[in-house]
Design a protein around this ligand. Structure first.
Ligand code: NDP
Ligand code: OXD
Length: 313
């Protein structure tokens, strides 16, 4: 009789506990890294977000690896990742919707001057002079017009913002202006009153949110980064805000996570810090995706959302 596929789950204990139970009910054999002993040669599939370096390479008979999240930089940062093993990223409507709520929230808070109004309320000031810029004249620009970026763009378009997106390839999304490739990045930035990063972290996008980029934005632009901390140069963000080139930033991700106590970002009055929670993968949807993917691999059928490892996303 054919044995059941064996999946190795590697995640911090808190997450592993949440995912393990529905996986165990799903008709596979599960080993949890750090909890169970297992024989590396018996592992057929792996599920993780940021596996310990070398772990994936140490599993000689892997058929595929699944990511708990949309971003797969946590796998590809490991120079020992075996490039012949398919890597499947997580794509899910709920995840995209949650990301859109984070993005819309921070666009609106900045657009409506909410921080200044909160401050005025605390001081008992009736600050009627601080009107927001007209919505249709506020240009919101999204770096990365993929699964998540496109939904965010559509939500913001529906509020009436002038929305554009930058991607590697040209996009056709109703009401969204598309800029493509490095040659159009300058023109894209020049019309970005609110700049939102939703790029994958790759060789090409590492450190992209830096002083050189901020100089190309209109003075007083606002930055939102909900992608990866590796995209941003934090000292350049602080310098750009302190010089007035940026009006402020909302950051969900950081160069080092958790954000160190010593980081100036914690207390900066014009920076909003959230602890990488713009969206958390829904365990039910994630388990469904993994079980469906395993069944497809076992039947030799195509599996959606396999990452192009050379491209990095
Ligand atoms: P996708 O792969 O669907 O989209 C990526 C987009 O970035 C595509 O439009 C792609 O262009 C574009 N892109 C990639 N590289 C370049 C480049 N060098 N130049 C120009 N454009 C580029 O990813 P998702 O939308 O699913 O996710 C985006 C990221 O969001 C994830 O990688 C992850 O890091 C982050 N994330 C963060 C979360 C959080 O809680 N903070 C939660 C979920 C995701 P093209 O379409 O032409 O290929
Ligand atoms: C993801 C994340 O990539 O949660 O899904 O960061």
């Amino acid at each position: 009789m054919k044995r059941r596929p064996r999946l190795l789950l590697s995640a911090p204990a808190y997450w592993a506990n949440i995912w393990a139970e529905p996986l165990e009910r799903g008709g596979i054999d599960l080993s949890v890294y750090g909890r169970d002993s297992f024989r590396p040669e018996e592992i057929d599939y792996a599920l993780s977000f940021r596996p310990p370096p070398g772990l994936i390479k140490s599993l000689p008979n892997l058929k595929a690896v699944f990511s708990l999240g949309a971003g797969v930089d946590g796998f590809l940062v490991d120079s020992d990742y075996p490039k012949h093993v398919p890597l499947v990223r997580f794509v899910d409507d709920t995840l995209s919707r949650e990301m859109a709520t984070y993005v819309v929230l921070h666009v609106l808070l900045f657009h409506r001057n909410q921080r200044a109004l909160d401050d005025a309320q605390r001081k008992g000031i009736w600050l009627q002079s601080m009107l927001p810029r007209r919505t249709e004249e506020t240009r919101v620009a999204i770096l990365g017009l993929g699964e998540i970026g496109t939904l965010c763009a559509e939500r913001l378009r529906d509020f009436g913002f002038a929305v554009s997106g930058w991607s590697r390839s040209r996009k056709r999304v109703e009401g969204i202006k598309s800029f493509a490739g490095k040659s159009e990045l300058g023109a894209f930035l020049a019309q970005s009153d609110i700049l939102i990063c939703l790029l994958p972290l790759t060789r090409e996008t590492k450190g992209i949110l830096n002083a050189k980029m901020f100089e190309q934005l209109p003075k007083g632009a606002f930055l939102i980064n909900a992608a990866r901390g590796g995209h941003q140069v934090e000292r350049d963000i602080v310098a750009a805000i302190d010089s007035g080139q940026l009006a402020g930033a909302a950051l969900d991700v950081f160069e080092t996570e958790p954000l160190p106590d010593s980081s100036p970002l914690w207390k900066h009055p014009k920076i909003t810090v959230t602890p990488h929670i713009a969206a958390i993968s829904d365990p039910t949807a994630s388990v469904r995706t993994v079980l469906d993917g395993i069944a497809r691999f076992e039947r030799g059928e195509p599996v959606p959302n396999v990452v192009d490892i050379e491209r990095g996303y």
